[in-house]
Design a protein around this ligand. Sequence first.
Ligand SMILES: [Zn+2]
Length: 353
Amino acid sequence: MTASLPIVRFSKPSAPFLELQRNFFDPVQQDALVEESSRLYDLYRSQPPRRVCKNCGAPMGPPTFVKQDISYHVCPDCTHLNGYYEDTEPFYRAFFSDDDGEHVTGHYAAPDREAFEQRVEAVYRAKLDFIWDVIEADGVDPKSLAYADVGTGLGHFIQAMLDRGISRARGYEPARLLVDQGNELLGGDYLEELRIPDLDVLLPDLDANVITLIFVLEHLLDPRGTLEAMRRNPNTQYILIAVPVHSPSCYFELLFPSVYERHLSGHTHLYTDKSLRWLCDQVGLDVIGEWWFGADAMDLFRSGRTRMHQLEQPETGIRDWEQMMAPLIDGIQETMDRNKVPSEVHFLTKVRR
Ligand SMILES: [Zn+2]
């Protein structure tokens, strides 16, 4: 590890993200999303109870808070936030690929090339900048490495890599529909279908130096086992782990139950600085880059706006709220980011050899 590592970054501007969240702000679309979450909650509440912390295996502690009749428990040992019910394979199958990706496709909402490229630009270019800078600081040429993006969706991250001149990049995605649409958008056979249970079969033979897991680890049945399998593959040098974090949005969602829950609804457990660092250390991964940012302040802004609408407040009041809050969002968020409690974090880890 060189002297300049780890690289620790905070925040990013919210304006491009606002554009991508437009459907969350629409009163009719937001109600449909609330309906959809409520069906997921019904399914989650029918799962068997969780006995131990998803992250460290310690017995579950007492409830920390209750949201939508589900209790959430901060782990007394590693501080991980656990939903009361177990994540089972049928639960995740229903969430990700049972409808062949229609649900996920709706979320990414990339029906055309323009939307695809907008998302690459707004979200993925900066992620690549981050890992590029960290790998370079580690004394390695990022362009010389082979990349595997697991849970790639339409392949936005692959597009960002291709644009940067990375030639060896492959994406793996459980939803067939996204694989087909993605390859069409990318103009080549860069993505392949990979059902979540087949990941363990793929990993020993994966020919990649950098594995990227963007909002994937938290959806795996055995996150630690999967990271260990990645580490055992001698090709693996770096693993990018982007995960949702226990943050103020959990409480905004609790306080605004009629507003679409972006954070702790599809996610049944959340990482913390301590719980993720513990996991990396156990697996044998050194954290050489960290990037903390989130959308909590945007969630607060949106929750207020949606509630104003639901309370049938005059349009002038809704406009007033918007004008008052919009300039504050990035500043409020940056405070959360710097305290390491935003709704997400990216860790670039280096395999300890
Ligand atoms: Zn724990």
